[in-house]
Design a protein around this ligand. Sequence first.
Ligand code: SF4
Ligand code: SF4
Length: 139
Amino acid sequence: MFGLAKGLAYTLKNLSRKKVTYSYPDEPLPLPDRFRGIQKFYPDKCIVCNMCVNICPTDCIQLTGVKNPDPTKKGKVISTYDINFEICILCDLCTEVCPTEAIVMTNKFELAEYSRDELFKDLQWLDENDQHVRKENKV
Ligand code: SF4
Ligand code: SF4
């Protein structure tokens, strides 16, 4: 009987406390400012310098570029840009090294798929991944 009263008292005491759980996925989780989530890519900013590819510790970035079709401009423009999220460890090195901030981390972390092939994300997917871009990284 004493145990029952003790349990009831504990329940009543906690009824008025602030909730520490979230209605995920209906409510977005509050994430820290420096959270390292799945990258957003800005093709127009990329100068095809290859620095992100060279620094990546898991070799999960592949890109190709072509000569700028505008004869008044020098350099290359990006043609394909792929990241293999089977092996990306979201270490942030590619975004830190990028001189033009063409690739930035976001607050997106949900990437569950039924097939491993779906974890291979291309330029279009990375360009459209802009729902969770942090304020300071938006164009
Ligand atoms: S976050 Fe790290 S592992 Fe992932 S693509 Fe960038 S450098 Fe490579
Ligand atoms: S480091 Fe930045 S600018 Fe250079 S290839 Fe990678 S994404 Fe493009």
